[in-house]
Design a protein around this ligand. Structure first.
Ligand code: ATP
Ligand code: MG
Length: 357
């Protein structure tokens, strides 16, 4: 059946990098039998300028109807002084909530050719390949009650609630166990069970699931230790599963281990395999429109789409290999440049991937 893919380019470098990702998808359709139909919709600042709404109804409807969304980036200085619900970013938050995208997948992969851009020593990070699975729709970011008020002593007081029920924990747990099974077979669940009740429930549910996934090696780690271990010896991790707040912090830390924000893809999935795929980086307004942005993060997001929604791991591998070959050939966008390599524009890098395919 033809898969419907909605492209939402957004703002800043979003449109120029998405153009390269679309060339990759078109090539897979014409030369490798990928059965897809591409559509495009407005989101973010571009949608505000056109309609006054960062997520117009027509865009939301198109996203609901699609099997997968390829998302560029949103935001920029032009919209920074808007009220919170009229900012470009609120369009993405609403989209995630409306589509019930509860599982956020953030790989931290360091291509061996790029070990020089990491902040860590080469032997600690070369060949790094971690997958962080973060719960995205629950936990302290959404728990009620929350608020800010003056307490009985006349002091300002604010509070949030870290709340999960066992259903929310087991659905992210299952997603993570399945991913671990398709990868190295090891899953590390990160919590703070020595202090937080909600973490004790998290750990109990993960252990219960572990009995169903006997082939997966399940371990637990406290989040403070996990942060330390990520920097000390990151290659000990294969797949990591954690809550919304801890995952937010750990996935950004893991991203910086690779040092190259222009290389990192992500996916946000619902319970039925539908996903929103986007680069980890933002709209990069400082380099927008200059044809210098690295398109590999969004192209690698296409690879994730092929693997997790379109169920074509063979084509996912092809795209990832094409990225490896382009790096082998010495092509570098500015953000991953080192001496004696060949500087490539956004379009040249995209073109190289298409040629490899
Ligand atoms: P957001 O709040 O949307 O995450 P941000 O300002 O925190 O945005 P980015 O937009 O990701 O972060 O930009 C951070 C830095 O990384 C900028 O200097 C930007 O130019 C650079 N950068 C981001 N994406 C790319 C890319 N694809 N290629 C090259 N450089 C990039
Ligand atoms: Mg940011």
């Amino acid at each position: 059946m033809t898969a419907r893919i909605l492209v939402m380019p957004g703002d800043g470098v979003g449109p120029e990098i998405c153009r390269e990702a679309v060339r990759v998808l078109d090539t897979l359709a014409t030369d490798h039998g990928l059965d897809i139909m591409l559509e495009e919709a407005l989101v973010g600042g571009a949608a505000i300028d056109a309609t006054g709404d960062p997520l117009p109804e027509s865009s939301l409807e198109a996203a609901r109807a699609a099997d997968a969304v390829l998302f560029g980036a949103i935001g920029g200085p032009a919209w920074d002084d808007q009220p919170r619900d009229k900012r470009p970013e609120s369009g993405l938050l609403r989209l995630r909530a409306e589509l019930d995208l509860f599982a956020n997948l953030r790989p931290a992969i360091l291509y061996p050719q790029l070990a020089h851009v990491s902040a860590l020593k080469r032997d600690i990070v070369a060949g790094l390949d971690i997958m962080i699975v973060r719960e995205l729709t629950g936990g302290i970011y959404f728990g009620k009650p929350s608020g800010m008020h003056k307490n009985a002593n006349g002091k300002r007081e604010a509070f949030n609630t870290m709340r999960y029920d066992e259903g929310e924990i087991s659905r992210i747990g299952r997603a993570a166990f399945d991913i671990a099974r398709a990868r190295g077979g090891r899953l590390c669940s990160v919590d703070k069970a020595n202090v937080l009740d909600v973490s004790q429930l998290w750990r109990d549910v993960m252990n219960e699931l572990g009995r169903e996934y006997e082939d997966i090696e399940l371990t637990h780690m406290y989040v403070d230790n996990a942060a330390m271990q990520l920097v000390r010896a990151p290659k000990q991790f294969d797949t990591v599963v954690t809550s919304n707040l801890f995952g937010d912090v750990l996935s950004d830390a893991a991203a910086m281990l690779t040092g190259s924000i222009g290389m990192l893809p992500s996916a946000s999935m619902d319970a039925n395999g539908k996903g929103l795929y986007e680069p980890v980086h933002g709209s990069a307004p400082d380099i927008a429109g200059q044809d210098v942005a690295n398109p590999l993060a969004v192209i690698l997001s296409v690879a994730m789409m092929l693997r997790y929604t379109l169920k074509r791991p063979d084509l996912a591998k092809k795209v990832e290999n094409a990225v490896g070959y382009a790096l082998d050939r010495g092509l570098r966008t500015r953000d991953i440049m080192d001496d004696e390599k060949q500087i490539a524009s956004t379009q040249e890098m995209g073109g190289a991937i298409v040629d490899m395919l």
